[in-house]
Design a binder for this molecule. Structure first.
Ligand SMILES: O=C(CO)[C@H](O)[C@H](O)COP(=O)(O)O
Length: 287
């Protein structure tokens, strides 16, 4: 089908879609789910995984159906486990329903790029598609003011760039990500992407400025630290959760430290958040 898809670029017109559907759907969905669901973006949540996956799916499908219409030309595709369900829903609409034929998907990571390719969607990039209609992405925590912690899956830099190019960032998450204050739910700290040579001085500066502890994120199946998609290291800053922080100020101060490439604090980015709840409903939070 990859060959056929190549001939059909740009997207197949609607009379070709039904033919393409028959050829593509089964294989695409089988292949994509075998490579993406298990391996990508799953940070190892074991507790109640089925219920959590249902909640993620509900949030993702609701957001896609409300925000991606025939008028949407370019969509930013986030990273993590929840975004997999959003891409599946987009692919369902393209390949089963014959809709959104011209939709271009701009990835926020290697994982997102693979997802787009696996589901035979149109792959875009910021050179050709610098203005994005909607970015859809997950989050590690969302507080009552819609400040986000992102980067648990290590992809925060491209995620923030894509979000900054989008007219709206729509967040999709399960109910465990919702909190009043940051740190209530997510205890792994705020991910901060740093230039490798500066990780020690940056760690010391963060701890001197704000307290807590910043640790270098180590790889699991490789000796040494995690290397991001952009070739950097990650510090996870576990802040003192009881302390009051102005996250906008903290973010600005962190960004002023030489060698900090980007932070996983998304202060003014999210427009709307969809939470899949444990009772099967979706809660929508607006900024
Ligand atoms: O920022 C991210 C990756 O760096 C993810 O969006 C965030 O970690 C949420 O992931 P998930 O959907 O698996 O809960």
């Amino acid at each position: 089908m990859l060959v056929l898809r190549g001939f059909l670029q740009p997207r197949p017109s609607s009379h070709l879609v039904s033919i393409a559907n028959k050829l593509v759907t089964a294989k695409t969905f089988r292949r994509a789910s075998s490579t993406t669901n298990k391996n990508m973006g799953d940070k190892g949540d074991k507790t109640n995984k089925i219920a959590l996956d249902e909640a993620k799916k509900l949030a993702a499908r609701t957001a896609v159906d409300e925000w991606i219409t025939e008028d949407t030309k370019i969509v930013g595709i986030g990273s993590g486990s929840t975004i997999v369900f959003a891409v599946q829903r987009i692919a369902e609409r393209v390949w089963k329903e014959g809709a959104l034929c011209d939709l271009i998907c701009v990835p926020t990571s290697f994982q997102a790029r693979q997802l787009i390719l696996d589901y035979n969607l149109n792959l875009g990039d910021l050179d050709r598609n610098p203005i994005i209609d909607i970015a859809i992405d997950g989050a590690d925590e969302v507080d009552s003011r819609m400040v986000l912690i992102k980067g648990g899956g290590g992809c925060l830099l491209q995620e923030k760039i894509v979000a900054s190019c989008a007219k709206h960032l729509i967040v999709i998450a399960d109910y465990t990500k919702r909190s009043l204050r940051l740190g209530e739910q997510w205890c792994k700290g705020i991910p901060i992407e740093v230039t490798p040579i500066a990780h020690v001085p940056i760690k010391l500066k963060i701890e001197a400025l704000f307290g807590g502890e910043a640790t270098l994120r180590m790889a699991l199946a490789k000796a040494g630290p995690i290397i991001t998609d952009s070739g950097n290291f990650l510090l996870d800053w576990r802040f003192v959760a009881k302390r009051e922080f102005d996250w906008d100020e903290v973010n600005r101060a962190l960004m002023m430290i030489p060698g900090v490439v980007e932070t996983g604090l998304f202060v003014d980015n999210a427009h709307k958040c969809y939470f899949g709840m444990a009772d099967g409903t979706v809660k929508v939070q607006n900024r």
